[in-house]
Design a protein around this ligand. Structure first.
Ligand SMILES: [Zn+2]
Ligand SMILES: [Zn+2]
Length: 453
């Protein structure tokens, strides 16, 4: 099948599709508008989908300047009543208990919907607040910096700990390309990295299908491919912030985000590259340090994962010795001890608790080893879309994005821990687990670290 983007007066029309992959597919009830200068129509878009006149508008000091004040003027001219909540910060706005508290305290008894004017942090906070009060959310995007505009999960901080909270996606999303074009360039680098990570999630998901019979949706894979092509084919446009370039980037981010809604989970869009980014985020936050932008970390994780895949593809399966692998297999106690040491006293136990079936016995490990060995040709063929590590670095260089952990202030210990234990953060299957089951994880990680010097 072939998936493409169709618009009707700037409204994204999702094609109908039939898929019998076994997942429970949903068509999201979300009106998405993308185009140049369309912020002028935001009142009209809201009226079409939301009953109510009383809005709480959430922005930070930057997004208020670039779009918030304008949105308020347009809405009040159209007869809406607004309460404004501007989260003023000297430095970076954190999605923490203070910010969420400020929003909740601005809610009035007659608030009928929330309007989020901003990108990642503002959306996460506002979406969760809207969910808590049971009212719809309107999202006015200001930067093509991440794929969370269509998300149903907010990443929030509580006393230096990352918490992921389930909530409900926005009812209306407005992405004015003219506003997004003027976002700081590092936000575009972040958005680009978040999309590029889909190479890895797509590869890991396909690998899970082959090795573990995991349900893998061909429609979602097709959407991810379209999104990746939009980015890879428009690098110059993105770098020069042309309308077409920035529109391609935001389309790619929205398309990938839509796969989450279509199949009700984040498997299509997040694998080991996201685990690594989350790991760095959590560890930095625990130490009271500022973490790198989400997509920028994901981009760096993507480069390491692509380099890891290079090593995986080079395995000489005839040299694998199962009795040797079995001898070196860690006991459950050993493995749990290492996860607790790596993730710490607070996060470690919750990771073990949330992934109770993570440790596999030898019979299952042997089955996986045999499956990988007998399917290596098929794996290489189905994963042939994946760029090599050096090609991935070339793409990242073209966009001007970092490619190494050191460039994000991630030291060698944090890098090594992410490479060794990033796979344990979620039960999701990834090539890092395959390598571990083949007894090759440490060797591969050492090679990556060596090449990194
Ligand atoms: Zn992401
Ligand atoms: Zn499907």
């Amino acid at each position: 099948m072939s998936f493409n983007i169709v618009y009707k007066e700037n409204k994204l029309i999702l094609p109908e599709f039939d898929c019998d992959c076994g997942m429970n597919h949903n068509t999201p009830e979300m009106d998405i508008y993308i185009g140049s200068g369309i912020i002028e129509n935001c009142a009209e878009y809201i009226k079409k989908s939301i009953a109510g006149k009383n809005a709480l508008v959430v922005a930070d000091n930057n997004t208020w300047e670039v779009a918030g004040s304008k949105v308020v003027k347009i809405l009040s001219d159209a007869g809406f009543h607004m309460v404004n909540c501007i989260l003023k910060r000297e430095g970076k706005l954190e999605p923490d208990q203070t910010a969420l508290g400020e929003i909740m305290l601005a809610v009035e008894p007659d608030t009928e919907f929330i309007v989020a004017v901003g990108s990642g942090v503002i959306n996460d906070l506002s979406r969760y607040a809207a969910y808590c009060i049971g009212k719809p959310l309107v999202s006015i995007g200001t930067a093509p910096s991440m794929d969370g505009y269509t998300s149903v999960i907010s990443s929030l901080h509580n006393k230096n700990l990352v918490m992921t909270k389930h909530d409900k996606y926005a009812r209306v999303l407005v992405c004015d390309v003219d506003i997004m074009r003027n976002a700081p360039y590092d936000m575009m680098i972040s958005g680009f990295g978040d999309v590029l990570g889909k190479f890895i999630s797509k590869a890991d998901w396909t690998l899970g299908k082959i090795v573990n019979n995991e349900v893998c949706c061909p429609v979602c894979l097709e959407i991810l491919t379209l999104a990746l092509n939009k980015c890879i084919n428009n690098i110059d446009g993105i770098r020069n912030r042309t309308r077409e370039g920035v529109q391609s980037l935001i389309e790619a981010l929205i398309l990938t985000g839509l796969t989450i809604l279509i199949c009700g989970q984040t498997r299509p869009v997040a694998s080991i590259e996201h685990n690594m980014a989350h790991f760095w985020d959590m560890m930095k936050l625990q130490d009271g340090e500022e973490s790198p932008a989400h997509g920028t970390s994901v981009g760096v994780g993507t480069v390491y994962a692509a380099r890891f895949f290079d090593l995986f593809f080079k395995i000489d399966t005839s040299s694998l010795n199962k009795s040797e692998i079995r001898k070196r297999k860690k006991t459950k106690e050993q493995w749990e001890k290492e996860v607790l040491e790596c993730y710490g006293e607070v996060l470690g136990p919750s990771i073990l608790k949330n992934n109770p079936d993570e440790y596999i016995d030898w019979d299952e490990q042997e089955r996986r080893i045999d499956t990988v060995i007998s399917n290596m040709d098929r794996i290489k063929k189905e994963l042939s879309f994946l760029p090599t590590g050096s090609r991935m670095i070339e793409i990242m260089n073209q966009i001007g994005a970092p490619v190494k952990a050191g460039q994000l202030d991630i030291d060698r210990k944090l890098l090594k821990d992410a490479l060794m234990y990033g796979k344990d953060y979620r039960s999701r299957y990834t090539v890092f687990k395959t390598a571990n089951e083949l007894g090759l994880l440490e060797e591969f990680v050492d090679k990556l670290l060596e090449e990194d010097e």
